[in-house]
Ligand binder design. Structure first.
Ligand code: SF4
Length: 478
C-alpha cells in the first residue's frame, strides 16, 4: 500500500489529519471491521502509514474470543506501548475492550482511549479534524483507498442469536444485525474497483442474514444481488453457514450463480449428539441434512468445517463418534480447535473439564484423520483442470529452473485452506486454467492446461515454501 505524503499548509498545519497505523488481530470479521474503520479514518483525511514508528496514532483492533487470543492482544498492546515515540497516541479497540475494558486499562495504564466494537465513526470523531477545505488530489485519494487486495472480506452481518454454550461472541457483539443489502452492494462495488478478484462473505452466522429487518430477503436473495452487482468479480465465497439453515433455495441459488464458487464453510463443532446437546448446537441429523442439501445441489462442492475437541465431559466414546463422523463425511477441509473455557459462558462451569493432555492427544488424532481425508480428496483431482487465482510468485522453481506462481483454486479459501502451485509466470489476479499434476495433504501442484506436467519443485528461499514442499516430499509416490 502506498502511503500519503503529508504536505504542510501555508499556515504550517497538516492538510491531512493524523498519521495512523492500524494493527488487526483475530478473525476475518475483525479484518472486515478494520477496513470499515480505515474507511472512516480516510474519509476524515487521516493517513495510513506502514509502521508504528511513523505514526502519530497507533490503533490495535483486538480479539477477545478465547484466552489465547486475549493474551496475544494484550501482549501486542504492551509491546506497542513500550515502543511508543514521543507524543504518539495509543488506542485499543474491538472485542477485548468490549468485554474487558477495565482489564486492558489496568494492564496498560498509558492507553489514550478504548472503544468497543463497531465504533468506527466514534473513533474518527475523537481525532482532531483535518483541514476540510483542502481538496485532496484525486490521484492521492485513489492511492489512499487502493488496498490492492485480490481477496477481500465482505461482512454481511454482526452479532449472533444462537445459544452455543462455549461462545462469548453474543456477549461481545450482541444480537444479530444485518448490513442493508444496498450498503453491501456499494462496498462490493468499491472492493471490485479496488482490484478485488474474490469477495469472501463472512458473518458470525452468514445463513442468518436477513432474519432481522435490514436484510429482509435473506441470503439467497443477497447472493443474487451481489452476483449481478459485481459480475467482474469471478469468485464470491460463502463462509460460516449454520447447520439447519442451509436451505435448498440457498444451495440451488449458489449452484445457479456462475460467480458464486461451489464452496461452503459450515462449522459443525462436533460429531456426537450428546456433545452437541451440551453445546446447544443442532443435532447430527440436522448437520447431515445440510451436508446432503449442499452436495445434492453442488456435486463439486468443497466443504470446510471446524470441530472442537476436549469439550467439557467429552468421553472417549463421544470422541470416537466424532472420528467416525469425519471418516464418513469426507470433508475437504477440517479445522480443529481444543476447547478453551471462556468466563461468562455456560460451558466454562459445566461438566468435568477434559485435561489439556487428553485434549491435545485428541486434537492430534483428529488432525491426522482429517489430513488423510484431505489428501485422498486432493489426489482425486489429479488430471482435472481447474481455474487458479494467481496470488504471487512462489518460493520455488521447477526442476528445470522455470518459474512457479502460487495461488488457489475455488476449493481453497484464503488464509485457512491450501494453495495451488502453477508452473509459469502469471500476474497476480490472473485466473489461469491449470491441470492438477500432483496432490499434497493441503496443496496442489499444477501446470497450465496443455503444458507438460510439473515433475519436481525446488525451494528457492522461503521457510513457508520449504515447509510446504517438505510435506510434498513426505507424500510423494502415494
Ligand atoms: S453460532 Fe457461532 S458466533 Fe453464534 S454463538 Fe454459536 S459459535 Fe458463537
Amino acid at each position: 500500500m502506498k502511503s500519503l505524503r503529508l504536505t504542510p499548509s501555508r499556515a504550517g498545519r497538516s492538510l491531512l489529519g493524523m498519521r495512523y497505523h492500524l494493527v488487526t488481530l483475530g478473525c476475518a470479521k475483525n479484518t472486515a471491521d478494520s477496513r470499515r474503520l480505515e474507511r472512516a479514518l480516510r474519509l476524515a483525511r487521516h493517513a495510513p502509514v506502514a509502521t508504528p514508528e511513523a505514526a502519530e496514532l497507533v490503533i490495535v483492533n483486538t480479539c477477545g474470543f478465547i484466552d489465547a487470543a486475549k493474551d496475544e492482544s494484550l501482549a501486542v498492546v504492551r509491546e506497542l506501548d513500550a515502543a511508543r515515540t514521543p507524543g504518539q497516541q495509543l488506542y485499543v479497540i474491538g472485542c477485548l475492550t468490549a468485554i474487558a475494558d477495565d482489564a486492558v486499562r489496568a494492564a496498560v495504564p498509558g492507553v489514550d482511549a478504548t472503544f468497543g466494537v463497531e465504533a468506527w465513526d466514534a473513533i474518527a470523531a475523537s481525532l482532531p479534524p483535518a483541514d476540510a477545505t483542502y481538496d485532496l488530489p484525486a490521484a492521492a485519494q485513489s492511492a489512499a483507498w487502493q488496498l490492492g487486495q485480490l481477496s477481500a472480506y465482505l461482512k454481511l452481518s454482526d452479532g449472533c442469536d444462537r445459544p452455543c454454550t462455549f461462545c462469548i461472541i453474543p456477549t461481545i457483539k450482541g444480537r444479530m444485525h444485518s448490513e442493508p443489502a444496498e450498503r453491501l452492494l456499494r462496498e462490493a462495488r468499491w472492493l471490485a474497483d479496488s482490484g478485488a478478484r474474490e469477495l469472501v462473505l463472512v458473518a458470525q452466522d452468514s445463513t442468518a442474514y436477513g432474519e432481522d429487518a435490514a436484510g429482509a430477503d435473506g441470503l439467497a436473495s443477497l447472493l443474487e444481488q451481489l452476483a449481478e452487482g459485481v459480475p467482474d468479480v469471478p469468485w464470491l465465497r460463502l463462509m460460516y453457514a449454520y447447520p439447519g439453515r442451509v436451505t435448498r433455495r440457498l444451495a440451488e441459488t449458489m449452484a445457479r450463480l456462475s460467480n458464486v464458487v461451489p464452496y461452503l464453510d459450515m462449522p459443525l463443532q462436533h460429531g456426537s449428539d450428546a456433545v452437541l446437546r451440551r453445546m446447544k448446537r443442532p443435532s447430527l441429523r440436522v448437520s447431515r441434512q445440510s451436508i446432503e442439501t449442499v452436495r445434492a445441489a453442488l456435486p463439486d462442492v468443497a466443504l470446510r468445517t471446524t470441530f472442537i475437541v476436549g469439550f467439557p465431559g467429552e468421553t472417549e466414546a463421544e470422541f470416537a463418534e466424532l472420528l467416525a463422523f469425519v471418516e464418513a463425511e469426507r470433508f475437504d477441509h477440517v479445522g480443529v480447535f481444543t476447547y478453551s473455557p471462556q468466563a461468562g459462558t455456560p460451558a466454562a462451569t459445566a461438566g468435568e473439564q477434559v485435561t489439556a493432555e487428553v485434549a491435545a492427544e485428541r486434537y492430534a488424532r483428529l488432525m491426522e484423520l482429517a489430513q488423510e481425508v484431505s489428501l485422498a480428496r486432493n489426489r482425486a483431482l489429479v488430471g482435472r483442470e481447474l481455474d487458479v487465482l494467481v496470488e504471487s510468485e512462489a518460493p520455488a522453481r521447477a526442476a528445470d529452473g522455470g518459474p512457479v506462481v502460487v495461488g488457489r483454486t475455488y476449493r481453497d479459501a484464503p488464509e485457512v485452506d491450501g494453495l495451488a502451485f502453477v508452473r509459469g509466470t502469471f500476474a497476480p489476479g490472473a485466473l489461469v486454467r491449470a491441470r492438477v499434476d500432483g496432490a499434497l495433504a493441503y496443496d496442489l501442484l499444477c501446470s497450465p492446461a496443455g503444458a507438460p506436467p510439473v515433475v519436481e519443485l525446488e525451494v528457492v528461499g522461503s521457510r513457508r515454501g520449504a515447509r510446504k514442499l517438505r510435506r510434498r516430499a513426505a507424500t510423494r509416490g502415494q
